[in-house]
Design a protein around this ligand. Structure first.
Ligand SMILES: [Zn+2]
Length: 489
């Protein structure tokens, strides 16, 4: 508990009180300050009751606990007591009750978890009632009621596409139907705890008609997915928090990735570590560079890499389920053969001993210095700037969870928000960030997870696994009726 009184000029004082942690039965409480309790005593005669607001309320109540956040405010007289009750069929449950012993508490926020199953509520309607009493001599009381619908009916998710054949390090798509109350979220969940959002089929192609309540999830199969251990399921959650899951057919082929040793030279340290140390300080202030080159390289390669990864995932997550801008296969961003492959394991070696490891989540393409880099497909720039080990970086969102990244650029030809066409220039190669020489680091990500870019260059893979699969669910648009072609009997 923390309590401080700050003297202020004039005739009133402010009181700050915060109660941290959980009080009783899943109720947590925070009280913030307002200058309440008028020392002239006028507050004791004021006649306005506290005001009550539902700060956060669920659409309805389901089989899982929902959180309700209520605030009560009485700036003049101060709060004396707030109570939250839930009633159904004449039975009443006290969910939370707070008494304010200190004069001067002007506002309180109460967070209540409502668990309909524990409270033995039935489906139908229940009423939450909040009463707040102030400290005025008139004991002004306000009561606010709100009805909530309760339903325990589970939604249903059901796979529609028959075959999902993927490879570790690749991506795959499943089409499914959702039935139930309005959908809150859906998608594919892995036994490792990752979840990949489902989007309505219309996000893929608004020009075509699709059956109602059909969705697709374009999901990555991360490089460390183990087909003999890890599993995938479809999930769906409704607006009351009721959720369901279902299995679907998939076959994931295993794939192993190369391991390489990266020998670090003294020259590399002299050139790169000071630059990356600055990036480390800027992006990850909690990690103080030690000044020792090998130690700081490890910090850059591990801590800075981790911070950069979190930033990239954050940027990409904001674009989830954006409508598709890409069409067909991707083009190579640079006409050059790959120098380093997707998901290769890297061991960094200095003077014969290992100082750090990492996983290379893209492909490296090298041509002449400052070679022209083009967008692999149409999209919208969601990041353009400097980012730690990536150096000069452009991230393009292509829609429906697909994005591409272009790293180590020496110059950028686009800015955040720009629309890019397939083959349009986005910058020039360089050696910025954690790069030993001039090259492009290229990544394709699906729902934020890096995947092998190679499949995306293959027209046939893109049609078979994605475009044709979705098209097969399109329903003919209701246009002019066709003349009957076959005789009826
Ligand atoms: Zn690279």
């Amino acid at each position: 508990m923390f309590n401080s009184i700050q003297p202020q000029s004039g005739r009133s004082f402010g009181l700050t009180l915060a109660i941290v942690g959980t009080a009783t039965a899943g109720v947590s409480l925070a009280v913030s300050s307002l200058s309440a309790g008028n020392p002239l005593g006028l507050a004791w005669l004021e006649s306005s009751p506290p005001s009550i607001t539902f700060r956060a309320a669920p659409a309805g109540l389901g089989a899982k606990p929902s959180t309700l956040v209520i605030s009560a405010v009485d700036p003049v007289a101060g709060l004396a007591r707030v109570a939250v009750t839930l009633s159904q069929d004449g039975h009443s449950h006290l969910l939370a009750e707070r008494s304010y012993d200190h004069s001067g508490v002007g506002s309180g926020e109460i967070s209540v978890d409502i668990d309909p199953l524990t409270l033995q509520l039935r489906e139908g309607s229940a009423t939450v009632s909040v009463s707040a009493l102030d400290r005025s001599a008139l004991r002004n009381t306000a009561t606010v009621k709100r009805d909530f619908q309760i339903s325990f009916a589970k939604p249903r998710v059901e796979p529609l596409s028959v075959q999902q054949n993927g490879t570790v390090g690749g991506a795959e798509l499943v089409v499914f139907r959702y039935a139930g109350r309005p959908i809150a979220s859906s998608g594919v969940e892995s036994s490792k705890g990752a979840s990949y959002a489902g989007c309505p089929l219309a996000a893929f192609d608004p020009s075509k008609g699709f059956p109602e309540n059909t969705y697709f999830a374009l999901f990555p199969i991360p490089y460390d997915f183990v087909p003999t251990q890890d599993t995938l399921r479809l999930t769906g959650t409704d607006d009351f928090g009721n959720s369901a899951s279902a299995g679907f057919n998939y076959r994931i082929a295993p794939k192993s990735f190369p391991q390489v040793d990266m020998r670090l030279s003294a020259d590399f340290f002299q050139r790169k570590v000071p630059e990356l140390r600055d990036a480390l300080r800027k992006l990850h202030p909690a990690v103080v560079p030690s000044g020792d080159d090998a130690k700081d390289f490890k910090l850059v390669n591990e801590e800075l890499r981790r911070a950069n990864e979190a930033a990239i995932r954050g940027v990409i997550a904001e674009a989830a389920c954006s409508s598709r801008m890409w069409r067909g296969a991707f083009v190579r961003p640079l006409a050059a053969a790959p120098k380093a492959s997707f998901a290769e394991g890297r061991r960094y070696v200095l003077d014969g001993s290992e100082i750090s490891r990492s996983r290379h989540m893209g492909v490296d393409l090298a041509d002449v210095a400052q070679a022209r880099v083009v967008a692999g497909n149409a999209g919208r720039v969601i990041f353009a700037g400097d980012l730690g080990i990536y150096g000069g970086l452009v991230i393009v969102d292509h829609g429906v969870g697909v994005s591409s990244l272009y790293g180590h650029l020496s110059s950028l030809s686009v800015k955040k928000g720009d629309a890019v066409e397939q083959g349009g220039e986005i910058g020039r190669t360089g050696a910025t960030g954690l790069a030993g020489g001039d090259h492009l680091h290229y990544e394709i990500r699906v729902q934020g997870e890096p995947v092998s870019p190679l499949a995306w260059l293959d027209e046939r893979w893109v049609s078979e696994h994605i475009e044709d699969k979705i098209d097969s669910f399109a329903v003919p648009q209701a246009t002019t009726p066709q003349a009957s072609e076959s005789p009826r009997n």
